[in-house]
Each structure stands twice: as structure tokens, then as C-alpha cells.
Design a protein around this ligand. Structure first.
Ligand SMILES: NC(=O)c1ccc[n+]([C@@H]2O[C@H](COP(=O)([O-])OP(=O)(O)OC[C@H]3O[C@@H](n4cnc5c(N)ncnc54)[C@H](OP(=O)(O)O)[C@@H]3O)[C@@H](O)[C@H]2O)c1
Length: 336
């Protein structure tokens, strides 16, 4: 399937590892030019050095919750690639913290990470996409935003807010060619869950079992009997970032099945664009639900004319930021 991503310019936040990196690599393999971001400069450089495919992968180190992160990332993408065609708001993390343990700073951290940061990026990118009549935004939310987990209520509550935020932007921008989707995976075997000190280790420490038991218990709640893979989620994200028409619900990438689609809300924005929201309801309350929101795309939108191009090493950002940056198209280049 041609996803029409060749030459598209994309931003993926939180892409030094995990779901974000898998998504960036897939976009790159499709020929897209991808700007990735994360705080860890070395990890970012390693990701850039292993760039696959025909596209371009470049990195900008920084904290997505910095007040200027939205403008800075969008500006960098435009400066390097000429535009922002697709934005994937993926940066995020969580840790075991009960309601009683959560302090105001924890709530604030999750609010900034899951709501204010994607808001800033969408505010910076969506109007420019709308001016050009084409854009894709994918917000990586969580199943715990649909059904809160007591492992970290601040994470769950702000992921719920991120779903709502996604809907606001989806409705605001669909008629102008900018399709905004939210994907809500269940547990995924990224470092967030299975990495050293990740959720599996934290659960094991709290409950007294092994990390393997914690992973197995989480996987048992998913119909496939295992955690989702990074690539499974990335495939759904990349599809939603693509030019392909989306005319019906897409199953989430965790392997969660969707036996029924009980509600699809539709409202006509124009004869050719029908924003819709589909909620994939799990078979039982023990199943991690998946949610993807998507407006129906307008057929025949042109693919970007720009093609992939080799990049040069740019050791520093422009005056807009002092954050380190790394640039590579194969062969690899270090981040400086
Ligand atoms: N894994 C799951 O089970 C699961 C389930 C549902 C939803 N999700 C969501 O999926 C997204 C990706 O998670 P993942 O599982 O891939 O986690 P991961 O493997 O821990 O990767 C998280 C990425 O986000 C970056 N990041 C974290 N905080 C950041 C910040 N303040 N500024 C910039 N970058 C930041 C990390 O890099 P640095 O640390 O270097 O900044 C890393 O690249 C998150 O939004 C998460 O909530 C995950």
C-alpha cells in the first residue's frame, strides 16, 4: 500500500526509543523527512545514526514541556524541510504513583507532558497545515485515558484530557484538510513497561512478585495474551499520518480486537468531509480498550511534491534554540 508519505515532512516527539522511535523509523522507511525529539541527546544520536529507508531522520534534543518547544520544533521542521505535514505527539511517560502518593508536582508534570505540550505543538503546527490545506496530527494517548488506572491517576486523568484535546482539534481543523487522530494503546512492551526500572519492575517491587509475572499479568488482560509491540502501535500511527483515506475505524495496534463498533458519531462539515469519532469497545472490562478518532479524509488530496533529500550535519540549532541537534541520512552522523 502506498501511504503517500514519500517526501512528507514530519515531527515525532519522544522518538529516541519506544513507540516514537518505531514510528519515526517507519515514516522514514516510507520516504518521509522526520524530525525527532527527546531529552537524551545520546539516545537521539543513536536513533538518528540507525536511520532506515529512503527518508531523512534528524534530531533535536529538548524537553517537550519547555514553554517554547512547540514553536521551536515546528520552526526547526519548517527550516529544515520546508513545512510540517504530519505531527506525532508521542512524548510521555508514567511511573507507579498511587492517588495518595501523588503530589501537586506530579499532577503538574503529567498535565504539562500530556496536555500543554501537545497543545503547544498543535497550536504551532495546525494553523500552518490548514493554510496549506493538508495536515495530519496523531496524538498518542492511552487506554487509561478511557478507563483510569490507579497505578498513576495523574497519568490517566491527563491522558483523558489529551483525548478531549484531540477531539477539539479534530473538529476545529477537519474542514481545512487537517486530520487529527488520537490513538489509545493498551500496555506496550516499550521501555516504559519492560525497561530497567520500568512499570514491570515497579509493580514487582510493590507487589512482591517478579517482573515477568507483572508483564504476564498485564498481557493476560489483552485478548492476544501479551503486551502490544512498539511496531504494532507505530503501524497504526503511520497509517493515520498518511495520505490514505480513512473511512472507517482502525483497530488499535495492541492486538486488541474490536468485536463491535457501538457508536460512531458523524456530522457533516461539508459534502466531502465528515468528521467522525469511533470508539472500539472491548469485549469485557478486563480488556484494554482502544480508541482512535479520525475524520474521514477527502479523496484525491495531492501528495507532497517534495522528495526526500540528503541532509548535511548541522551541529547546532539556529538562534531560536541552543539545544543540541543531530542530522543524518544514511550514513549515520553523531549528534552534537
Ligand atoms: N508503553 C505503553 O504501555 C503505553 C501505553 C499507552 C500509551 N503509551 C504512550 O505512548 C507514548 C510513548 O511511550 P513509550 O511506551 O514509547 O515510552 P518510552 O519507551 O519510555 O519512550 C518515551 C519517549 O518519550 C521521550 N520523553 C519523555 N519525556 C519527555 C519530555 N519531557 N520531553 C521530550 N521527550 C520526552 C523519551 O525520551 P527522553 O527520556 O530522552 O526524553 C522517549 O523517547 C507515551 O505518550 C505513552 O504515554 C504507552
Amino acid at each position: 500500500m502506498d501511504l503517500g508519505l514519500n517526501g512528507k515532512s514530519c515531527i515525532v516527539t519522544g522518538a529516541s526509543r519506544g513507540i516514537g522511535l518505531a514510528s519515526a523509523r517507519m515514516l522514514c522507511a516510507e520516504g518521509a523527512r522526520v524530525l525527532i525529539s527527546a531529552r537524551d541527546e545520546d539516545a537521539l544520536a543513536a536513533a538518528v545514526a540507525a536511520a532506515p529507508g529512503e527518508g531523512t531522520l534528524e534530531g533535536v534534543a529538548g524537553d517537550v514541556t519547555d514553554p517554547d518547544a512547540g514553536d521551536r520544533l515546528v520552526g526547526e521542521c519548517e527550516r529544515r524541510f520546508g513545512a510540517v505535514d504530519a505531527l506525532v505527539n508521542n512524548a510521555g511517560t508514567t511511573r507507579m504513583r498511587s492517588l495518595e502518593q501523588l503530589e501537586e508536582a506530579d499532577w503538574q508534570e503529567q498535565w504539562e507532558l500530556n496536555v500543554l505540550a501537545p497543545l503547544a505543538l498543535m497550536e504551532a503546527a495546525a494553523p500552518r497545515m490548514a493554510e496549506r490545506g493538508w495536515g495530519r496530527i496523531v496524538n498518542v494517548c492511552s487506554s487509561s485515558g478511557k478507563r483510569p488506572s490507579l497505578r498513576n491517576p495523574a497519568y490517566s486523568v491527563t491522558k483523558a484530557a489529551q483525548l478531549s484535546l484531540s477531539r477539539v482539534f479534530a473538529e476545529r481543523y477537519a474542514s481545512r484538510g487537517v486530520l487529527v487522530n488520537a490513538i489509545a494503546p493498551g500496555p506496550v512492551e516499550s521501555s516504559l513497561w519492560v525497561g530497567e526500572g520500568g512499570l514491570a519492575d515497579q509493580i514487582a517491587a510493590e507487589q512482591g512478585g517478579s517482573r515477568e509475572e507483572a508483564i504476564a499479568a498485564a498481557g493476560a488482560k489483552v485478548p492476544l495474551g501479551r503486551l502490544g509491540s512498539e511496531d504494532e502501535i507505530a503501524a497504526a500511527i503511520v497509517f493515520l499520518a498518511s495520505t490514505n483515506a480513512v473511512t472507517g475505524p482502525v483497530p488499535p495496534g495492541t492486538g486488541v480486537t474490536a468485536p463491535a463498533i457501538p457508536s460512531i458519531e458523524s456530522r457533516s462539515a461539508s459534502p466531502t468531509i465528515v468528521p467522525s469519532v469511533a470508539t472500539l469497545t472491548p469485549k469485557s472490562s478486563t480488556v484494554a480498550p482502544g480508541l482512535i478518532m479520525f475524520p474521514v479524509t477527502r479523496p484525491g488530496w495531492p501528495a507532497a511534491a517534495a522528495s526526500s533529500s540528503a541532509s548535511v550535519i548541522s551541529p547546532r540549532l539556529t538562534a531560536a534554540s541552543t539545544a543540541p541537534t543531530c542530522t543524518a541520512r544514511r550514513p549515520s552522523a553523531p549528534c552534537r
